[in-house]
Every structure is written in structure tokens, then in C-alpha cells.
Design a protein around this ligand. Sequence first.
Ligand code: KG4
Ligand code: ZN
Length: 391
Amino acid sequence: MKILAIETSCDETAVAILEGEGDERIARFRILGNALLSQIKMHEEFGGVVPSLAKREHAKNLIPLLEAALADAELLVEETQTISEGLPEQTAELLAREPELSEAFLSSVGEMARPDIDAIAVTAGPGLEPALWVGINFAKALALVWDLPIVAVNHMEGHTLSALARTEGEDLIMEGYELPILALLISGGHTELVAMQEWLSYKLLGQTRDDAVGEAFDKVARMMDLPYPGGPEIDRLAARDEEDEASNPFRLPRPMLDTDDCDFSFSGLKTAVLYLIKERGTLTEPEKEQLAREFTDAVIEVLWKKTARALDESGARTLVLGGGVSNNRHIRAAFTKNMQEKYSDASLYLPPAELTTDNAVMIGLAGFYHALRKEFADPRAIRANGNLSLA
Ligand code: KG4
Ligand code: ZN
């Protein structure tokens, strides 16, 4: 089964084509095409993602990315015959809010042969709604022209499933999971502990009550005058601090560490950094490294303690980390060590680096499993849902 996947929930525009075979027990995926444009540079000067700008960029990038992905997959065939009568009006209607995309759509998709694709997968949420709508409307227009079913994908399910994938040569393999699976999803918009009870069926065990952990990384980085996105910058700075923990002059709080639940809170930690910087005035380079280290340690301690609690509560013996923050080297190292020491009977899955941040391959993976079950959406009913939840 060939899936065309589209992701526009935040500041990456991505289109991928996956060929999947197998079932829920064992499946193999070949990535036939994978095109992605990051808008990070563009949002950098604003210190964060600007939704209207993201929306405009997605509209501009989708057609070139679609063409690139189809070309990679050797599925791009130009055709002189134009698309059937009536369709230009209908696609123009679907893309009415993106006139530039609408025009490009007709001159590009309107002049290509229908590619050998079986279904379209598109992110329906969570994310920035104006950004999500661009991808959704684009998917609807493609589905209409090519007469294909659509799967509306939850972005967080994409993060979860892709983190479970193992690479084998150029393929991705998904097999042999013991349920329930516990997922710690940590990104710019989310911090959640979710148990996958049955395949593709989730229960929320805990979540942040205020800031997402990636948001805390980004805001703290901003206080330290580091560029956006701040997570990777703090990661690098912390890695340069080679002193041991005892000699770190900074001590930050571990919010909600001992509460009787699996919830998180990061806004107090962020505020503590703010006060600390205000009190100190400017920080020297070694002090910045130490502060980055202490902030990271505080985050890790809270993430780990709540994850351990969720492992105990759910009985899960499979833990998977997903979302952009799971790229953090200190978090990866600490979780690897803690799992070996404290849950040696359990397995830990860390996503391959290129799959941690937003991409369309993960949307295609999730799309494949829902397409297998014929869980397609009524195109007229698909809506962007900024707060779409997994459970
Ligand atoms: O999953 P993602 O690409 O987008 C969302 O769905 O939010 O996650 C982006 C977030 C940003 O907050 C970014 O700073 C953070 O992931 N991030 C990191 C690292 N790499 C990305 N945070 C800490 N350490 C990293 N190495
Ligand atoms: Zn994400």
C-alpha cells in the first residue's frame, strides 16, 4: 500500500510517500519520497513560530514538495490531458483561502498523471490551526482529483509510532511490541504520558498543567539570549559543562516531583530561571553552561520520576520517547541508564534522530495502520483541531 503523507501542523512543511506492507504485527516500510522544508530560519527573528507566517509558507511550499516527493518516488508523470471538467472549480473552492496554492495546484497537479498511490494521510491536529488547515485543504483537493481516501492523522500518534520504528538499511521495520506501551511525548506543544493499551488505542496517564517541556526549553533559552529554537542550544551548552553536579552553583526546583500523579508543571521552573538570571545580571559562559546543565537535570529528574510512576501504574514494559525534545542527548542518556538500572526487564525505544522532529514519514506510518483498518475520514468532515488529543 502506498501512502502520500502531508504534515503542516507547525513550522515544517513536509510531504512523504511510503510503501508499507504487512499488518499490525509486523510491517515494513520503504520511504519512496521524503521532502521537507523547515521554516525555522524564518520564525527565528520573532523568537517563536508566527502562525500566519507558517500558514503562508506552507501554502507556498506544498506544491514544490509534492513534486519533489513524487519525483523521488518515480511517480511523477506529466500528462497533457487536463483534469476532468468541473474539478478546477471544486479544487478552487477547497483552496479558496490559499489563492497562490490554488493556482499552483491547477498548473501542477492539473497536468500530471494520477500517481500510483492508495491513500492520503494528513495531520489533522494537534498544532496551529491556520497551519493545519493548509495541509488539510491540500489533502482534500488531491483526494478529489485523484479519487483517493483520506486518513486524518493525530500528530502525536505519528510521533509515538515513528519512535517505535527500527531502521533496516533504507527500510523502517515495526514489529514485536509488547502491549501496553507507555509513551512519553515531549515536544514544543506537548508533555504527556500516554499508554497504548491496545494497538492504536490510548489512555492519558498524565500531562503538563502549564508549559510544555519544549516550550520551557525555548523560553529559558530566550532568557539566556540563545537563538530559536532553544532546545538544541541548551542541549549543546549543557554538554559543555564537564564539572560534576556537586560543583554546580545553581539549584533549580523540581516542580511536582512528589505529587501523587503523573502530571507535570514547567512554568515554575522557567520562572525560577528568570529570577536567577535577574539576580545574577549577566552570566559568564561557564555559568551559562552550568545553568543549562542544572535546568536540564531538573527537567530530567521530573520526567523520569513521573515516567517511572506511569510504568508502575500501567504495568507497561515497553517505553517509547517521542517528540522533538526526545532528541536531547542528556534525556536520552539518562533514560537509557535509568531503564537499564531500574527496569531491566523492559525495553526502551528512542526515535531515530531524523524522525524526532516533525516530518511526514511519521504521519505516513500512522496513516498506514488506519488505512489497513479502513479508518478513513469523510473529506467534508475533516477539520483542523489544534487540541486534538490521543486519548
Ligand atoms: O516535535 P517538534 O519538532 O514540534 C512540535 O510538535 O512541537 O518539537 C519541537 C521542540 C522545540 O521546543 C525544540 O526546542 C525542542 O523540540 N527540541 C529540543 C531538542 N531538539 C528539539 N529540546 C531539547 N533538546 C533538544 N536537543
Ligand atoms: Zn511534533
